[in-house]
Design a protein around this ligand. Sequence first.
Ligand SMILES: [Zn+2]
Length: 138
Amino acid sequence: MMVGLAKAKCPRCRRGDIFSTPTYNFGGQKMHERCSHCNLYYEREPGYWYVAMFVSYALNVAEMVTFAVGVHILTGSNSPWLYTCVLLGIIFILSPFNYRYSRVILLYWLTPGLHYEPARAADKPADSNTTHQEITGS
Ligand SMILES: [Zn+2]
């Protein structure tokens, strides 16, 4: 599971890629609309990616706290400018990472009813023509 998450693979079959571009590139990250292997429609409902903003916020807070503590341990400084510069730099550098993994975490851990289905990981998906309606209709 952690490998699939780290590689940003489809949460259902762990075979198809979620993103069509690498984390760091100059054109921005683009997503596949559907899993190339099991045909999962990634945007589970309208506004689904909006929820990823909250995940991204949590990631940012965790990273800022981690690096603030790290700066304090390494330098012992009390200068607010040092912390401000380091943290702004960190958030800027990690923003592509946060964008990508906020969505991956949302798909993997925060979406009820969406989980790994080993049958779909087979070379020929058990049901390759599942539609969006069939997936989201509960
Ligand atoms: Zn898939």
